[in-house]
Ligand binder design. Structure first.
Ligand SMILES: *Cc1c(COP(=O)(O)O)cnc(C)c1O
Length: 355
């Protein structure tokens, strides 16, 4: 064991699993790096974090997170830079969102010394796990869950904070074929839709599976009150380009404020493309498509970055953007984000944190 400069204890694995990983063929989220960051919350405070070998942790069956779902996560990436270094993309924003999720779920916020410094140290320890191939990255998954051993329903008094990382390859996907989901909803006013609460994902699985069984990649979530307004696309935010204007639903309590979404808005404005954050009904999108004004639609999120949409099945017909590949904004945005994240383009907005 040794201590890092910021005082985090590190216990190294005896034998690294690195050589067993096929970096040319990385399945998403299935190969975990050698170490994880670990901290406990008890007696009203976060205890010192530690970096330890990745592995199983013993948990009692009475663990309150398992019964009542007091649990949430984050997700973002570290990128290999053109100069060979490593940088985290917008970690401060993920840190802020982590604590917003915590507050909504009546869980304790975590200090930056644990989240930001802890993750920087974790990546230094596992730096060889950050891929070097084009489009690849190290996905970082912070997790926080309730640890009281009780069936009593109340906010827990003890929690665990764990950060796992996994190398992920470039995301290749065919343009998305989506189904507008009119029966199930992901979120509703006053609920937890704006957080990365574990339960949100459990509640979304059935609709996603039914859509996949019918040949769609994913669903378009509509608002929980009228089922008319577009909210999100699976686990991603969504943009429509109508008459040269990029329209995305405004973030309210029912939409997750994606950091990719925010980055895309900044870049679109830099490209002098008008962006509107406002409610958009699927009927309006269908009408725009009919009039040849819907030139593009795409979904955005950390995993895929920018994913073009081919079609949206709504009632009995397909909404199809009239996208022309060579002029697609989705491709330009993807290339631009890729260049910033790898240090090929200047980091004007202070999005990178060097490890
Ligand atoms: C995480 C997430 C997003 C995208 O957020 P990013 O910060 O861009 O990765 C969008 N919608 C939902 C429901 C999410 O969980």
């Amino acid at each position: 064991m040794f201590l890092t400069k910021s005082g985090i204890s590190v216990t190294r694995v005896e034998a690294s699993r690195l050589s067993g990983v096929d970096f040319d063929n990385l399945p998403f989220g299935a190969a975990f790096s050698d170490h994880m960051l670990f901290a406990e919350y008890r007696q009203g405070q976060w205890q010192e974090p530690a970096i330890v070998p990745y592995g199983p942790i013993p948990l009692p069956p009475s663990l309150s997170a398992l019964h009542y779902g007091q649990s949430f996560f984050e997700g973002f990436k570290a990128f290999r830079q053109v100069d060979g270094g490593i940088a985290l993309f917008r970690i401060r924003d993920n840190f802020a969102r982590f604590n917003q999720s915590a507050a909504r779920l009546a869980m304790p916020e975590i200090p930056a010394s644990h989240f930001i410094e802890g993750i920087v140290e974790l990546i230094r320890v596992d730096h060889e796990w950050v891929p070097r191939s084009k489009g690849a990255s190290l996905y970082i998954r912070p997790l926080c869950f309730a640890c009281d051993e009780t069936l009593f329903v109340r906010p827990s008094n003890s929690y665990r904070f764990i950060v796992l990382t996994c190398p992920v390859g470039q995301y290749f996907a065919e343009p998305l074929r989506l189904l507008a989901e009119e029966r199930y909803v992901r979120a509703f006013p006053g609920g937890t839709g704006a957080t990365k609460a574990a339960g949100n994902y459990a509640g979304s699985l059935l609709a996603a599976r039914l859509a996949q069984e019918n040949g769609f990649h994913s669903v378009i979530w509509l608002d929980g009150m009228t089922h008319r307004f577009v909210e999100e696309c699976g686990l991603m935010n969504i943009f429509f380009v109508v008459d040269g204007v990029a329209i995305t639903p405004q973030v309210s309590g029912t939409i997750l404020a994606g950091i990719t979404r925010d980055s895309v808005i900044v870049l679109l404005r830099e490209m002098r493309i008008e962006v509107m954050e406002r409610p958009i009904a699927l009927d309006e999108v269908a009408e725009a498509a009919k009039n040849q004004k819907l030139t593009e639609a795409f979904a955005v999120g950390t995993a895929a970055t920018v994913a073009p949409i081919e079609s949206i099945r709504y009632r009995d017909s397909d909404i199809r953007p009239a996208v022309r590949k060579e002029s697609s904004l989705a491709a330009r945005l993807l290339a631009c984000l890729e260049a910033i994240r790898t240090g090929r383009q200047p980091d004007k907005y202070g999005w990178l944190l060097k490890v």
